[in-house]
Design a protein around this ligand. Sequence first.
Ligand SMILES: [Zn+2]
Length: 113
Amino acid sequence: MCSGAIPERSRSRASSLPAVDDQQKRDARRAFKEAERGRAREAMVLDEAQLSALLDYLDDHLAEAGCDHTLRFTKAWASERGIESAALVRSVQHFGGYCDCEVVANVDPESIF
Ligand SMILES: [Zn+2]
């Protein structure tokens, strides 16, 4: 590590900040939501069509066999489609999907895409 670097001075804030008005609050809220969505997209390895296919697949199989509190159908779907199941498991767990029925319940495409 280089020890000779001179720390960069943080730029001083402008002294005449305008009062925060409603428009700015709306912009900030929108920016926050956009950032959330961006993070959600980064955490999800599937695209929108793949995720909806996975959720349909889980719906069908859970209706038949029920959830055994594992991600067996999620993993089976991944291997059928040549998707790395470890990466998919990380993705769905990021959204609170720790078993197949939780994937259906918690992984909401609308909050990601
Ligand atoms: Zn479950």
